[in-house]
Each structure stands twice: as structure tokens, then as C-alpha cells.
Design a protein around this ligand. Structure first.
Ligand code: ZN
Ligand code: ZN
Length: 393
């Protein structure tokens, strides 16, 4: 059996979404849609710039449609309202209506209604709170942008050059998965918070004639309280959600670069946009190649003879066929050759170059024949004044 409280929002008890859209509780999905469209058009912020009341109405209409415009959520909402109305308020949960200390139960409330009206639960609350001293004000849901999130990803050298899509696990603050943010133990029913009388805020005296509203400390602004707190979040309603998202890392990303992925952060609340996700990319090194911006680098071991005599040296390219480097006779050690178009991809789709640097390798040991030949060479060049310049005054 599924949990009857599954997916239910605590503030549904105080919100009449049917009334918000001006439709009956038996309205068809099509009728609800029509009503919503009409109201959304009439109150749209774009056509009512600066009109805060219409802006608020637009938001609450959107919230209402979000719930009862969706048959699945509407069913839950209807069930929740029935549940709240039937047994949600056992006797003893005191409402300080009108400042009196008298506690009364849901049954009392229903009896006081006289049974003459078929009004929904929202009506009941409306009456109660407006009669009890002006508490009819509803907390309009505020569209909040989701938080920006940070994460990191390690990608391969090749992937950094070509671009790659990686799966990232991203954690963000979210409603507790056990109680869906209500803070209550699943299967138990909430009471209207006695401290704030279900408004979600209390009026604190700041001194003199001044007072201000602050979030109710007893219910944390959720308007309802539970006898048994949720075992997962200990009544806070807060949790963590971990999502796996596919992030596209663009071609040419550099090691340590921070990439912003728009809209991949924490989801917004009440229709607000999602935040952004910042990914710090770590690029693994390569055994052969290095990076220098849009160019690739490679160190090419050569012999003294190859540089002195000139040579054709085969060098690798990344992801392509090897190329032949023509090393002219008399090339100094450490010279860098440029192989055009064999580097990293640039933003415009063209490619950088491959920078090949020759490095003389001195053999650690010589065969007798090689030694003999080298000694002969040394003898022939003994008169060449290699170090003469060191001693000039
Ligand atoms: Zn919880
Ligand atoms: Zn409260």
C-alpha cells in the first residue's frame, strides 16, 4: 500500500487551489486548464508591469495549476484535503482564536460551521483566521532560483581536446525524501501549528509601536506540526538529493578550467529557474604529448649524428598518422619544429599546431665499433675551438 502522505505539501491544508482558479472541485482537467490560461493571461507580469498584486496572483494561479492541473497530483491534493479535514486535528490542538486560550477540536470546528455550507477546507480556514483577528493572509509562494552548485570532473587528455559528455553526480539541498519536506513521520497526520495559528509566521514586537513578522519558530514556517518527527530529517524537512546529470565538456578545455553549465544546478522552487553548475575540470596528462593552449607539444629524442648530419625523423601525431620531420643538417639541440594543423581544436573549428622539440640523447654505453668511430671523430675535431669564447676577456 502506498503512503497516503506521499508527495503531499504541508501548505496544501491552507490552500484552496480550486478557489484560486475559480473552478468547482468537480471541474474537468480541460475546464481547469481553460480557467488557468485565462487567469494567467490576465495577470501575466509582462502585460502588467509594476503591478505586484497581479504578479502575486499570477504566481498563486501557477501554483494552483501546477497541482490540480495534473490529474495525478490533483488526486493526491484531494486526498490530502479529505485527510486533513477528517482526522488531521485531534482534540487538544489549541487554536488561540481571538486571543482566547480555549482549545477545540476539528469536530467542534465542523459543528460550528453549522453544516449548512459545503465549503472546502480552505474556506474553513479563511473564516477561522479572518474571524480570529486578521490572519487570513496567505503566504504567497515565492519563485526562488535554485542554488549554484560546484563539482569537479577528471577527464582524459584526448577528451579534453575533442570535448566529451560526462556523467556527474551532483548533490544539492532538497526536500527530505522520507517526509517530502513536511517534517512529519510518514503515516502520521499534522496539526495546525498552535504557535502561529497556521500562518507560518509570528509577529514579534521590536519595541514601541514597531513589530515585524518572522518565521514561526515552532513550525519553521511550514504551518503544520507533527507529533512524531520524521526519523530521517528529525523534523526539519530538509534533505539532500543526488542527481546524475550529463554534462557536456567543450572541446579544448584546459586543466584547471572552471566551466559553467547553465540550469544544471539545484532546481528552483515555486517555478523559479534552476541554478547553474560549475565544473572544475582536471585534465589527465598524456604519456607523449603536452598542451600549450591550442598547440600540442612533443619532445623528440634525436642523436647528435642526426642533428649534425640531418635526418628524416618520424614523429607521432595525436589520433592521426605519424608525420616525417625533416631535420636539416646542423640543427641545434632544443630547436622546435612546427607541424601545422596537428594540435588541439580551436573554437573556430580549425586546429592548432604540433610543436616538436628535438632533444639530443647521449648514449649511456657504446659498442666497441661505435666507440672507435666516435674516437676517430673526436680526433678529427680536436682543433675546433668549442670553448674558446669562455676565456675571452
Ligand atoms: Zn523527513
Ligand atoms: Zn507555526
Amino acid at each position: 500500500m502506498s503512503d497516503p502522505m506521499d508527495g503531499i505539501k504541508a501548505d496544501w491544508a491552507t490552500k484552496d487551489f480550486y478557489k484560486e482558479l475559480g473552478v468547482g472541485t468537480t471541474a474537468s482537467t480541460e475546464e481547469i486548464k481553460k480557467a488557468y490560461r485565462k487567469l494567467a493571461r490576465a495577470n501575466h507580469p509582462d502585460s502588467n508591469p509594476g503591478d505586484d498584486a497581479k504578479h502575486e496572483k499570477f504566481k498563486s494561479v501557477a501554483e494552483a495549476y501546477d497541482v490540480i492541473g495534473d490529474p495525478e497530483r490533483r488526486k493526491k491534493y484531494d486526498e490530502a484535503r479529505t485527510l486533513f479535514a477528517r482526522g488531521g486535528y485531534p482534540g487538544g490542538a489549541g487554536f488561540g482564536a481571538g486571543g482566547g486560550a480555549a482549545g477545540f477540536s476539528m469536530d467542534d470546528l465542523l459543528r460550528n460551521q453549522g453544516g449548512g455550507r459545503g465549503g472546502g477546507f480552505g474556506d474553513l480556514f479563511g473564516d477561522l483566521f479572518s474571524g480570529g483577528g486578521g490572519f487570513s493572509q496567505r503566504r504567497a509562494p515565492r519563485a526562488t532560483r535554485g542554488a549554484d552548485l560546484e563539482t569537479s570532473a577528471t577527464i582524459g587528455f584526448r577528451d579534453a581536446l575533442d570535448g566529451v559528455t560526462v556523467s556527474l553526480r551532483v548533490s544539492s539541498d532538497a526536500a527530505c525524501p522520507t517526509c517530502h519536506g513536511t517534517g512529519g513521520k510518514p503515516g502520521t497526520s499534522p496539526h495546525v501549528c498552535a504557535t502561529c495559528e497556521g500562518t507560518g509566521y509570528v509577529t514579534a514586537s521590536v519595541g514601541g509601536a514597531f513589530s515585524m513578522n518572522e518565521t514561526c519558530p515552532a513550525c519553521g514556517g511550514r504551518q503544520l506540526v507533527y507529533d512524531d518527527p520524521c526519523p530521517t530529517c528529525h523534523g526539519t524537512g530538509h534533505g539532500q538529493s543526488t542527481r546524475t546529470i550529463q554534462a557536456k565538456i567543450p572541446a579544448g578545455v584546459k586543466d584547471g578550467q572552471r566551466i559553467r553549465l547553465r540550469g544544471k544546478g539545484a532546481p528552483g522552487e515555486n517555478g523559479g529557474p534552476a541554478g547553474d553548475l560549475y565544473v572544475t575540470v582536471k585534465v589527465s596528462g598524456h604519456r607523449v604529448f603536452g598542451r600549450k593552449g591550442e598547440h600540442l607539444t612533443v619532445d623528440v629524442p634525436v642523436s647528435f649524428a642526426e642533428l649534425a648530419l640531418g635526418a628524416e625523423v618520424r614523429i607521432p601525431t595525436l589520433g592521426g598518422a605519424p608525420v616525417t620531420l625533416k631535420v636539416p643538417a646542423g640543427t641545434p639541440d632544443g630547436r622546435t619544429f612546427r607541424v601545422r594543423g596537428k594540435g588541439a581544436a580551436k573554437k573556430d573549428g580549425s586546429k592548432g599546431d604540433l610543436l616538436a622539440t628535438v632533444e639530443v640523447q647521449v648514449p649511456g654505453s657504446l659498442s666497441p665499433e661505435a666507440r672507435e668511430a666516435l674516437e676517430a671523430y673526436a680526433e678529427l675535431t680536436a682543433d675546433t675551438p668549442l670553448r674558446a669564447g669562455l676565456f675571452e676577456e
